[in-house]
Ligand binder design. Sequence first.
Ligand SMILES: [Zn+2]
Length: 307
Amino acid sequence: MSKYIDPKANTYSLIEFQSKYGTEESCEQALFQLKWPEGFKCPKCGSCYYTVISGRRLPLYQCPVCRRQTSITAGTIMANTKLSLVKWFLALYFVATNKDGISEMALSKYINVTLKTAWALLHKIRHAMGEREGLYRLGGSIEMDEAFFGGKAAGKRGRGSENKTEVAVALQLDGDGHPQFLKMQIIPDAKGSSLLSFVRSNVTEGSTIHSDAFRSYNALSEDYCCDMQKYDPKSSDGRLKWLHVMISNIKANIQGAYHGLEGTYLQRYLDEFCYRFNRRHSKKTLFDHLLACSVWAPYKTVAELGI
Ligand SMILES: [Zn+2]
């Protein structure tokens, strides 16, 4: 078990966590607090009054004004689940406290569910992470490059990059040139229009983009300050160094934690990696934050999630 828990990653030990969230009632209470921090609010008419219909796996809250019934998991990634809240919370705990993520195999053993259930759970949690990451844009000094995932032969642009998935990577640096925040997104190709679309979605206007001299980056010059220079990995100026460290790390992470890449789910792995990286300094609140994201992220059906 210890292999999968980062001792610095949470204020709760597993024993403390179990005593806090070891019953359905305690998990229900935590979700109620997150969903309605200022007290119950009917999703239809806004009334603050409710009656509880119990006798179900999860209680239903009924509004006496408009008769609308709702549950604490409605509209969240936990909606329509057959899994107990205790197992959901434990899954979130293991995902949050393992700094490299957790495989569906390990999760299925820890919370005693089938591999298929563990797989779906992890993708729903990654969806929540991706939704959260989508709220933020980078700004200031940004290093940017593309990386290639999958396929057989190694390669960058051009030869050897066939059958690979192309990913745009942007890294915000602080005033000392150290990494702050990371964004990674699959792009259809390395044309200027694709790079511009990625940057517009993920970087605030007026930021400075440091890249290599690849001509497609010219497309960014209208809205951004472009610092394009031929990349030399042997140069001592450290240019794009951190960016390439990040790309190596995510590739090692995917191989190590998930035993290889599964193409259509790559974006979610990237979202998880960025989510963890961008919160590496708030380890003590990782579970609480991930739980909040899971309540906040909009519900999607299994078909919509492609799982
Ligand atoms: Zn109502």
